[in-house]
Design a protein around this ligand. Structure first.
Ligand code: PMP
Length: 310
């Protein structure tokens, strides 16, 4: 058997160790009940600079720490310590390709019972090589899922809770089984569009950008924020955050998904209705191109978002 080159290491129980030694007990509370929160961060290989840049790492850890308050998970590390550990881990892996980093703060205790108090907690980090999650060269097909998004007072979507990804798994699997690439999910009120199974959504209409607001059961995505900021600064495009009805999707000029995994990916059809011309839209193409320049540290104004891996 050929040994996989990556990943070789994990940060586990306070130390960087071989990933093959990073194992959890089958009784682990988070494994049993999904009592964990996590992040997904990307690092991008820059061929010219011959190094990787981790994109908006501080913001991802800021979100993790904020969400730890929702879930009462006590993270013992500061943002600086988490960033330093991530860079140390990536330096040891020494990727020469794009990678994905998964920090995971969880109930590591082994007692029976779903609760957030009186259980040991810990945090691990590992990384994997990661190319495209959705095809970027052609528009993806999407369906409106028969599964709704979780409401905030059941399992808050903004908290990025591992157990809540059962909801995403049901949506994505249904979409794939029905021959679509991705699912679009309606908010818990059943009326408005929320997001994709693991990515946010934007609509282009009459030259402006529209995206669901934070109160429509979305994850407050860092890529969503990146698109809002960079589209305004670099392309002069304002984003309106407002509820979107299902049928507005069918009449949009362009639609695209965005997320750390999905990056910026065009949606060519929804429920078999062609969106615009069915090809990657003009504005989507511009936003996609801009996004890849920003994440690869090619635009001076956004250098503070990119952390170099030596
Ligand atoms: N929504 C969901 C449900 C997600 O899992 C993700 C991926 N983290 C996103 C949106 C996009 O968030 P971000 O841009 O912060 O990766």
């Amino acid at each position: 058997m050929v040994k996989e080159l990556h990943p070789q290491y994990a940060f586990f129980q306070g130390k960087i160790i071989s990933i093959s030694d990073a194992k959890v007990d089958i009784r682990t509370n988070a494994l049993q009940y999904g009592t964990a929160i996590f992040e997904g961060i990307r690092s991008y290989w820059n061929e010219k600079d011959k190094c990787n840049y981790v994109f908006r790492m501080q913001d991802h850890y800021k979100r993790l720490l904020k969400n730890s308050n929702i879930m009462m998970i006590d993270i013992k590390y500061s943002i600086e310590q988490l960033c330093d550990t991530t860079i140390a881990l990536l330096e040891k892996e020494s990727y020469s390709e794009d990678a994905y980093i998964r920090p995971f703060a969880y109930n590591s205790g082994t007692k029976i019972g779903p609760k957030m108090i009186g259980v040991e907690q810990d945090l691990f980090i590992y990384s994997i090589p990661l190319g495209e999650y959705l095809d970027l060269n052609k528009p993806v097909s999407a369906c409106v899922s028969s599964w709704g998004r979780l409401p905030d007072n059941c399992i808050p979507p903004r908290a990025k809770i591992s157990g809540s990804y059962v909801n995403s798994a049901l949506q994505k699997s249904e979409a794939l089984l029905n021959g679509y690439d991705e699912a679009i999910v309606l908010a818990a009120n059943g009326q408005h569009v929320s997001e994709g199974s693991a990515m946010n959504l934007f609509m282009v209409k009459n030259g402006s950008l529209i995206t669901p607001p934070v109160y429509d059961d979305i994850l407050e995505g860092i890529t969503r924020d990146t698109v809002i900021v960079t589209a305004k600064n670099e392309l002069g495009l304002e984003t309106v955050e407002r509820p979107i009805d299902r049928t507005e999707l069918y009449t949009a000029d362009e639609l695209f998904f965005c997320g750390t995994g999905a990056q910026v990916s065009s949606i060519g059809s929804v429920d078999k209705r062609k969106i615009g011309t069915g090809a990657i839209g003009v504005i989507t193409k511009k936003i996609q191109a801009l996004y890849f320049k920003v994440v690869k540290n090619e635009i001076k104004n956004y250098r503070s978002w990119c952390t170099r891996v030596a």
